[in-house]
Design a protein around this ligand. Structure first.
Ligand code: C2O
Ligand code: CU
Length: 480
């Protein structure tokens, strides 16, 4: 990277001398002058968190600013934000701003978009989010362990005109494998798990605690920002006695609609914004159930109604539609199609041979079009696809494996066109699309963001065991 180009890598001493004092308490935004936008400081370091609560021991975790999840970063659509990230872990890290359409140098992929942030060093991320919505941030270095030990936080880009709701909740859902004394079990990167569903835990938290009740008032309208920040767990939520209306998927507004089969399905990294009209009975509790895995359903939390109704009043037919984000509309007529075939895993087909042989440590067990990129990102790997800047593309992804994969493309949002030939209703845009075994999906987007972008499965074990590739967007000259 050109030494003159931002971002700067600052030594710790330099950082505290130069900017440490200028930035107020960590994790809190400092309203800088309007033109500068907001500024945050985030430090990654080990700490403890009362995940299970109830007088049980605290869990040793890795945190941003001492909390799990990390602080809610709130920024405004179209306003610059600057985030100084300081690494107080004993290993390299980076932060990826999941779903934000930003310049490649801010994308947080070590060896590809930036050098890793070494222990004791800092890195300044600066970007202007073009889209309002629900996003999140997480490391892109040793992701299995760093995300698995708690490094993740919500990144909320506020609409210029926020929709009229009485209240907003952020439910950042994380999944932990806890053993005795509520401590995280070791064994990240187990090869057998990596070839199956990934590291699914035994403890689910909402915003850092095993939830008990969510207090609500009859008559209020609540926006819930759901973020699945699990390593591998897919969730499917049902709201007993309530009719959630989906207003955004992966941060991007959609036609307001009720979810198919009254079930909200979120793979790892996916977000859904819902609006709930709280019309339950005074004093009653209503279960929120996650029943994604057959026979393993459980009650995640309850809406617990107060015995008093909300005093709030709002127009009965208040619109639920969020303002559209400035996404470039792909031209489907001229779009070129590229096929990406997901291969490998246990019981899988598709040219990975017998992935059941787990002896060869470090061997990839997954592939896309026969290519396996492992880890979190590294230099020197040939791109899987080269796309011409400004042109529209349809990616046809085919899952030849026996497992589910939430497929994520960095730096872009794509229009979700079809699943297994059926048109997707409600104008869904997303950055992560969940594919069931044998699914084929078509997504379309304009390759308008220059750089080498990661395309990978967000089941972190799958990503690090080969289900990852680079999509290069640039001036490739002529037809590629
Ligand atoms: Cu949240 Cu490379 O991804
Ligand atoms: Cu996967």
């Amino acid at each position: 990277m050109d030494a003159n180009s931002t971002p700067l890598v600052l030594r710790r001493s330099l950082l505290s001398a130069a900017t440490g004092l200028a930035i107020a308490a960590t994790g809190r935004s400092r309203p800088a002058s309007a033109s500068l936008g907001r500024e945050y400081m985030l430090a990654a370091f080990p700490s403890n968190a009362p995940l299970v609560g109830g007088g049980r021991p605290h869990t040793s975790v890795w945190t941003y600013d001492g909390s799990v999840p990390g602080p809610v970063l709130r920024v405004r659509q179209g306003e610059p934000v600057r985030i100084v990230v300081h690494n107080e872990l004993d290993q390299d890290t980076t932060i990826h701003w999941h779903g934000i359409r930003l310049p490649i140098a801010m994308d947080g992929v070590p060896g590809i978009s930036q050098p890793p942030i070494r222990p004791g060093e800092s890195f300044v991320y600066a970007f202007t989010p073009p889209d309002a919505g629900t996003f999140w941030y997480h490391p892109h270095a040793n992701t299995l362990e760093q995300l698995g030990r708690g490094l993740a936080g919500p990144l909320i880009v506020e609409e210029m005109e926020p929709p009229p709701v009485d209240r907003e909740l952020i439910w950042m859902i994380m999944d932990w494998r806890l053993g005795a004394n509520a401590q995280i079990e070791p064994g990240f990167g187990n090869r057998m798990e990596a070839a199956m569903a990934g590291r699914i835990g035994n403890t689910v938290t909402i915003s850092g605690i095993v939830p008990s009740d969510e207090p609500v008032l009859t008559g209020e309208r609540v926006r819930v920002r759901l973020i699945n920040a699990a390593l591998a767990r897919i969730i499917a939520l049902r709201f007993e006695g309530h009719r959630p209306v989906v207003v955004a998927v992966d941060g991007q507004p959609c036609d307001p609609h009720e979810p198919a089969n009254d079930r909200l399905v979120l793979g790892p990294a996916m977000r859904v914004d819902i609006v709930l009209d709280m019309q339950g009975e005074l004093g009653r509790r209503y279960a929120v159930v996650d029943d994604f895995y057959d026979g393993l359903g459980y009650t995640l939390t309850h809406f617990a109604y107060d015995t008093m109704a909300s005093g709030g009043r709002r127009p009965a037919d208040m619109p639920l539609r969020l303002p559209r984000n400035p996404l470039p509309e792909p031209d489907l007529k001229s779009a070129e199609q590229r096929e990406l075939v997901l291969q490998g895993g246990m019981m899988g087909g598709g040219g990975m041979g017998d992935a059941g042989d787990m002896q060869g440590m470090g061997r990839a067990v997954w592939a896309i079009n026969g290519m396996s990129m492992t880890g979190d990102g590294h230099a020197g790997i040939a791109p899987l696809a080269m796309l011409q800047t400004g042109r529209s593309y349809i990616l046809r992804m085919r899952n030849e494996t026996a497992w589910w994969h939430p497929m994520h493309l960095h730096g872009h949002s794509f229009r979700f066109l079809r699943r297994n030939g059926a048109t997707i209703p409600n104008s869904i845009w997303s950055d992560t699309v969940l594919m069931a075994p044998r699914d084929a999906v078509d997504v379309a987007f304009v390759a308008d963001n220059l750089g080498d972008w990661m395309l990978h499965c967000h089941v972190t074990d799958h990503q690090t065991a080969g289900m990852m590739a680079i999509v290069r967007i640039g001036d490739i000259g002529g037809k590629q």
